[in-house]
Write a protein that binds this ligand. Structure first.
Ligand code: SF4
Length: 425
């Protein structure tokens, strides 16, 4: 991407300044810009808030040049200062194992770069696109699947953002736009408001989503000014990324509740991380805690095959076994979809325990969450066609299910008519 500064964020803390909560004036601590100005980005910074282990020091040295280190003082305040196995520390402080790429791991695990029909756009699914609006985050997560793009010094410029939004404007089958990055909530409120207003003016864009880790690592950013701007652009959804119940603080809760009170549904997309949240106890506490905060658990991702993260991934059968200890044992509203985001860009594939044991014409046999077998009678009639569809949907075009991607010149190079099915190559 071209280097054109659209968002100016500090990359290093002011040297020698206070980083521990107890040493910072409350008005500074609750100022999101102060938090960003004081991000911890080095072993020296981290050593001021935790007792770094030799493994952590080795990881910080090994990560140099691989993927930047950075987290807010707020998120650092959640760290256990004495335990390197602390789930907050393990998400933020690199391991030396990041330098090792395991077989099957990829720089671009989700195949986004081959679904990039316009600047700032990833278009993998028929009716939705991801618009990358910024490349900075308030934490650089060690499991990040977009580490090749975030944390650099190459933010999308105005011309690229404009080209991305122009692509959305000329592609009528896009119903759903996901603002991502990087973290869109690190943009100034004015700039974010402008992007949302332009998207909202596109008649075929039905919903807008924002993917953000700000409620987890920078909850003070969810202030009145931001919420007032966001609520102008309904229907708007926010999906955030809590991974551990230790992240469910009072401040995080207040941030999520401000969004929900503004009519913005908040979902959570957690990543299953081996040794960090890969226990039944931990996942149950996380999902229940989210529901109490009015955040709906949405996805639980099996770790993506991003280069240097083998040590953070969980065996698939272990992930499935964990899901078997969630569904049925707590409210269905607390149970996320366990998915593998297919390497190479094949999309999200749901996985989980098998509950259907046998299916016949007259009966099916099922296994319930306790392992008991139950039988369910099949209906006598088999035809499921809805004859009234002809009336209700009369005159409406059928869904346009064409895939996105650079192999479809009708939609992606502007040379064809995206509404003309005959124009599909
Ligand atoms: S906040 Fe999201 S984009 Fe940023 S480093 Fe973490 S996972 Fe990656």
């Amino acid at each position: 991407m071209a280097v054109t500064a659209t968002v100016s964020l500090p990359v290093a803390p002011e040297r020698g300044s206070a980083l521990r909560r107890a040493d910072v004036h409350p008005s500074d601590w609750s100022d999101w810009r102060w938090q960003l100005r004081h991000m911890l980005t080095s072993a020296e910074d981290l050593a001021r808030v935790v007792e770094l282990s030799s493994e952590e020091r080795a990881g910080l040295a090994a990560s140099d040049g691989l993927f930047r280190v950075g987290l807010t003082p707020y998120y650092a305040s959640l760290m256990d200062p004495e335990r390197p196995d602390c789930p907050i520390r393990r998400q933020a402080i690199p391991s030396a194992r990041e330098a090792h790429t395991a077989p099957g791991e990829l720089r671009d695990p989700l195949g986004e770069d081959s679904h990039n029909p316009a600047p700032c756009i990833f278009h993998k699914y028929p009716d939705r696109v991801l618009l990358m609006v910024v490349d900075r985050c308030a934490i650089y997560c060690r499991h990040c699947n977009r580490r090749r793009l975030v944390g650099g010094d190459d933010p999308p410029g105005l011309a690229e953002l404009d080209a991305g939004m122009a692509y959305i404007e000329r592609t009528p089958r896009i119903r759903d736009v996901l603002l991502s990055g990087g973290d869109p909530l690190l943009l100034s409120t004015r700039k974010l408001d402008g992007i949302l207003a332009r998207l909202r003016a596109i008649p075929h864009v039905e919903i807008i989503r924002i993917g953000t880790r700000v409620p987890v690592v920078l909850p003070m950013r969810i202030d009145d000014e931001l919420v007032a701007a966001l609520r102008r652009h309904h229907p708007l959804y926010v999906n955030t990324h809590f991974n551990h119940p230790a992240e469910l603080t009072g401040e995080a809760r207040a941030a999520c509740e401000r969004l929900v009170d503004a009519g913005i549904p908040v979902g959570n997309q957690a990543v299953l991380l081996r040794g960090i949240n890969s226990s039944v106890r931990c996942l149950r506490a996380l999902m229940r805690g989210l529901l109490r905060m009015r955040v709906r658990p949405y996805y639980l991702f099996q770790g993506d095959t991003v280069a240097g993260t083998d040590h953070l991934r969980t065996p698939v059968e272990a992930a499935i076994a964990l899901m078997g200890q969630l569904r049925g044992w707590m409210s269905g509203m607390a149970v996320p979809h366990l998915v593998i985001d297919a390497p190479g860009g094949g999309g999200k594939i749901p996985i989980g325990p098998t509950y259907l044991v046998e299916a016949g014409d007259e009966w099916v046999t099922l296994r319930n969450y306790r392992g008991a077998l139950v039988r369910y009678p099949q209906p006598a009639e088999r035809d499921c066609a809805v004859s009234y569809d002809e009336v209700y949907f009369a005159g409406q075009p059928v869904d346009d299910d064409r895939e996105g991607g650079p192999g479809r010149p009708d939609c992606h190079d502007g040379s064809g008519d995206p509404d003309d099915p005959d124009d599909v190559t």
